[in-house]
Design a protein around this ligand. Sequence first.
Ligand SMILES: Nc1ccn([C@@H]2O[C@H](COP(=O)(O)OP(=O)(O)OP(=O)(O)O)[C@@H](O)[C@H]2O)c(=O)n1
Ligand SMILES: [Mg+2]
Length: 410
Amino acid sequence: MKTYLVGGAVRDRLLGLAPGDRDFVVVGATPEAMEAAGFRPVGRDFPVFLHPDTGEEHALARTERKSGRGYRGFVVHADPAVTLEQDLERRDFTINAIAEDADGNLVDPFGGVSDLEARVLRHVGPAFVEDPLRVLRAARFMARFAPLGFRVAGETQALMRGMAAGGELADLVPERVWQELSRALASARPSAFLHTLHEAGALDAVLPEVAALYGVPQRAEYHPEIDTGIHTGMVCDMAATLAPGDAVVGFAAMTHDLGKALTPPAEWPKHIGHEQRGVAPLRALCERLKVPSAHRELAVLACREHLNVHRLFEVRDRTVHTLLERCDAFRKPARIALLATVCEADKRGRLGLADVPYPQGPELLRLLDAARAVQARDVLREGMTGPAIGEALARARIAAIGRARSEPVT
Ligand SMILES: Nc1ccn([C@@H]2O[C@H](COP(=O)(O)OP(=O)(O)OP(=O)(O)O)[C@@H](O)[C@H]2O)c(=O)n1
Ligand SMILES: [Mg+2]
């Protein structure tokens, strides 16, 4: 038997990137031989084994066929006669179908190296369509590799369009959609994920709430980019710049304007009340994809409050305090910095405005600090009961916010 490194580790090293997990393929072996060599089987029906020392995945070379829709009717065939080339042929992209043996020799029957050099994401062959998740993987790889100059090959785009039009993406389970989405939001260019899916006609199947933003106009004086879908992608990219690798901030960026899809077209390009309107589609999206609560909570805050943060310098001290209370900022202060980052991404995620300052962010944190410095024991008077304590605390905090605003910023 012979073992090859394959997939992302080979690809990322050839691109000069730090490789992630290593996947191996083993040719000419049987499950019995693997176990005799000390490997532990991962599952009963899938020919994947873990290395006894490193725990790294070693899969037997296999072919796959699918007869049903979605994930039904998969037949996996792994016997010692399956060749390396046959195994590579069932894989998704040419750049993921390069194998490397123990001596560093590359086996590259589908031109993966030249596609890496040409910066093309191209499917290996007809087996691509057997896994609808691959449409999302294409989009996720674009979120990571578009900054390197990658594009999706025309023939691969056509195949993806056909898969989306055939309704295959409806069969994806929420966990897998969320896994690809959250990884894309933690990549350098999340907009490439959204736009790749949008162009394939696949965004509607996985993120209909976001798909509905495309073609919705906004006021040109605030939004030179005009289209809400384009703006949303730009906000995600700005969030990825301000908070690299942070999918919590990225998810809030992606969903902050969902309400704009629900504005009656007669009111376009204005979107009065979109902050409130956005909460229902946001919650629906979170429920469907089983979005973790940390992501959901920041997203709901950003959706409801982003305009209030933008207006921070125009409102009264009392209104600033109310904003902080609505954000539960006194119990959970850490997420206010995240909210400020999302709002900054919203402001700077506009055509030609990437470099505008966003003083509201640091100001919000400064005012929160001032209000938090007020201690309950400082406002307590003899005989005060619950509500009176709360009111006294609020008054003292509003006063502290007022004092901080009248002081010069250091
Ligand atoms: N739906 C899938 C999933 C995986 N693969 C193959 O299995 C390899 C390993 O999969 P995975 O670890 O999920 O992706 P990587 O390409 O390694 O990328 P990364 O780990 O960086 O996400 C891929 O390179 C690809 O050859 C595939 O063909 N189709
Ligand atoms: Mg991998």
